[in-house]
Structure formats: structure tokens, C-alpha cells
Design a protein around this ligand. Sequence first.
Ligand code: PNS
Length: 169
Amino acid sequence: MAQEKIRRAVCPGSFDPVTNGHLDIISRAADLYDEVVVAVLVNKTKSTLFTVEERLSLLREVTSKYPNVRIDSFHGLLVDYCQRNSIPVIVKGIRAVSDFDYELKMAQMNRGLTGIDTMFMPTNPEYSFLASSLVKEIATYGGDVSSLVPELVHQHLIARIAERHQDDD
Ligand code: PNS
């Protein structure tokens, strides 16, 4: 008997930290695919606000309502991770034309390397300006980012920034 194919996709990123914009893409991908793997890049050369374990844990909590979403981490090339885990599709959110320029190059390179395709998903316009880097910068200087990240992430963000400020004193 022919086995039914599982449609599996990956949402890769740094997720430092996960924002409502990421969750918009993850939840919509979860509607379209049987299984969505949210894969956190482990990049030892990049300094991050949250450790990989913390980012994984926050992602697990905020995606717990989606039964077909799984959280993982990876080193090295995304396409190697996809091949090892039988994931044929990469899903990427596009916030603006400026994202498309860089994402198109990566998508073409990834397809050229392995045949793994990338699906671009336009972000909800509500989040077209949203980036983890901006969230961290605004929160560091006391700005209100509570509408941009899930409540749990907001709590951890405020606590981590307070710790960093104490260390600086
Ligand atoms: O959230 P980010 O930092 O914008 O995510 C970027 C990410 C992790 C998706 C991208 O840098 C990536 O795929 N890195 C893995 C290394 C890799 O495969 N590089 C070749 C890209 S053609």
C-alpha cells in the first residue's frame, strides 16, 4: 500500500527572541503543512541576548497550542539539516521588498545546493516593521514592546535587560 506523504516544512531563524511576527508565520505554516519544525540556528560567533536553550524553551512555550509544531536547533547549513531530517520545504516570512532581495539569493542558493525549495509568505502588515533586533533595542531603552512579543517573552526580555543593566553598574 502506498504510504501517504507527510508534508513537512522548516521555519528557521535566530529567534532572539521569538516575536509576534515569527508566530504569525509559524501559525500560518502550521495550517498549511502536516508538520512544522521551528529550527534555531546555533551560531557561536554571534552574541545573543538569550542562550539557545532559553530560545528553544520560549519557542516551546509560545507554540504549545500548535500540536504539529516541533522545536529544534541546528548547526551549519540549513539545507544539510533539512536533508538529515527529510524536510523538503523552507518557509520564510517576507516583511518588505528589502527582505525579498536577500531571501531570494538564499532561496536560490539553497535550491541550487540541494533542490530544497523555499516558500515565501508575506507577513501580516501589522508586523512589517518588526524585527527581534529592534525589539531588543527598544526594550533596552525602556520602550514598550509588549504588543510585539508574546507575554511570556516580554517578561523574560524585561528581566534579562534588567540583569544586563545591573551587570553594567
Ligand atoms: O533569524 P535570522 O537570523 O534572520 O535567520 C537567518 C537563518 C538562520 C535562517 C539563516 O542565516 C540560515 O539559514 N543560516 C544557516 C546557515 C546557512 O545555511 N547559510 C547558507 C544560506 S544560503
